[in-house]
Design a protein around this ligand. Sequence first.
Ligand SMILES: [Zn+2]
Length: 242
Amino acid sequence: MAGVLDDAEISRILSITAHPDDVDFAAAGTVARWTDAGIEVIYCLVTDGDAGGLDEDFPREEMPARRRAEQVAAAKCVGVHDVRFLGYPDGRVEATLELRRDLARVIRQVRPDRVLCPSPERNYTRIGIGHPDHRAVGSAALDAVYPDARNPFAFPELRERESLAAWTVREVWIAAGPDPNHYVDVTETFPRKIAALRAHESQTGQMEDLPERIRTRLTMVARQAGLPGGRLAEGFRVLDTA
Ligand SMILES: [Zn+2]
């Protein structure tokens, strides 16, 4: 197990993801545990998920608003009430300097102790996890944590024009990466994770077997974590970034 900060030392956590539903598939059970413990969790989404949804009859121009609303509803299921969208186009995210600056801005605004983000690496055993947008956001988020947000001379316009002081994030949790080193038991919060996933109706409305599918995966992760049978877990790679 990694040396992980005690949740009692944590006041705020910023989750950075590419699309609506990413945080819910990867970590909603853990997020519910954090908010239950009195930690404030803020979501930052790089895109509105405007390339998502399976219903071809649904007007595409209404998709961004629909998916934003679904994410806001999903967030409420796990105790999150602050959801921010950067509005990048879905499917075309790159780890640009502009994205790094936009993420460094949010980090300096929120001043989180811990950042949750996707992995910048490909996962060869589960190709769907390594969507190019996820990898780009993972890479830009890590660069925003180190060095951009903490270096007062990186993106000086943030300080000069927006009065945003440098901020050091102490810990990063990479969700759904290829090599987890920390596990959270989410057996108790599983129903809220499913409720959050169900809130993404445009994505999960057709998935009748959603709870079983998620239960099977989280059971596998719990086994990997060495938890007793019947338990469910989410896995993370925890990095000390202090
Ligand atoms: Zn995604």
